[in-house]
Write a protein that binds this ligand. Structure first.
Ligand SMILES: [Zn+2]
Length: 262
């Protein structure tokens, strides 16, 4: 049922990753896995970066924004800096047509709500909650067809929009959505673009988002376990049909969820 990995493999830099580390993909929209020696804390552009210990080695797990320019950068580790390179990625283009013009160019009255929701969402994505054990091996939260990949450059009714910040899984309304990794529900709500939405905080700046739900089965501050049902697929908010929009955010950068699917 689920479409296979369709992103060109040349996009990723493979290293000999330990079992529980995410795929090292130092590209815009990817995740860089950086050996930080004896250090246990790291930051990039003044943002806290997730660090983990795996097989006795310490790593920074850095989310790279889709808008980040490729090039050479430094990760701040205590008083020293570790150089790393962000390579180029090539994401395809997708053209979409949406009939409800109000959702393409929202009316003035809606703009205030959209702005408020964007601010709220951004605040949620910037949380950095300390957590000892983080399960970085996700599974696809719902069964269905991948109808839109992460990073697609979208043209909506002829107008270029921001690239796709998650992956879309299309399935019948009411299909179960399962928690792909343990965490705490940090937000639930009904949003203009995203419809019924759930955010799960997995710790150290790793936050996942589930949108357009027809039903939400969890509540705010609830501790959720891997495999637990969090809701059902729907088409609330801006959606052309029933699907799950699934986003993974790391240090407040939306990254390719496939990095965590191994
Ligand atoms: Zn989507």
């Amino acid at each position: 049922m689920i479409k296979r990995f369709s992103i060109p493999l040349t996009m990723f830099l493979f290293v000999s990753n330990a079992f529980a580390l995410p795929l090292n993909s130092s590209v815009p929209g990817g995740v860089a896995v950086i050996d930080i020696g004896g250090a246990t804390e790291a930051s990039f552009n003044h943002d806290n970066v997730m660090t983990i210990t795996e097989n006795g080695k310490n790593y920074a797990i850095l989310g790279i924004g889709l808008q980040q320019a490729p090039g050479d950068y430094y990760l701040e580790v205590g008083k020293s800096q570790i150089p790393f390179t962000i390579h180029t990625a090539d994401y395809p283009t997708q053209r979409l047509t949406i009939k409800n013009r109000n959702q393409v160019n929202p009316a003035k009255a809606e703009l205030e709500r959209i702005f408020r929701e964007k601010k709220e969402m951004n605040k949620m994505f910037s949380y950095f909650r300390s957590e000892e054990k983080i399960d970085l091996e996700f599974f696809l939260p719902s069964e269905g067809i991948i109808s839109s990949e992460f990073g697609l450059r979208r043209i909506l009714n002829g107008q270029p929009r921001s690239p796709h910040s998650g992956i879309d899984i299309a399935a019948a309304e009411g299909t179960d959505i399962l928690v792909p990794s343990a965490g705490i529900v940090s937000m639930t709500g009904d949003y203009f673009f995203n419809g019924n939405t759930v955010l799960i905080d997995h710790g150290k700046g790793l936050i996942t988002m589930y949108c357009h739900l027809s039903k939400i089965n969890v509540s705010i501050n609830e501790e959720v376990r891997k495999g637990q049902k969090l809701g059902e697929i729907g088409k609330t908010g801006r959606a052309t049909g029933p699907h799950l929009h699934w986003s993974v955010s790391l240090n407040n950068k939306r990254v390719n969820p496939r990095v965590f699917l191994q």
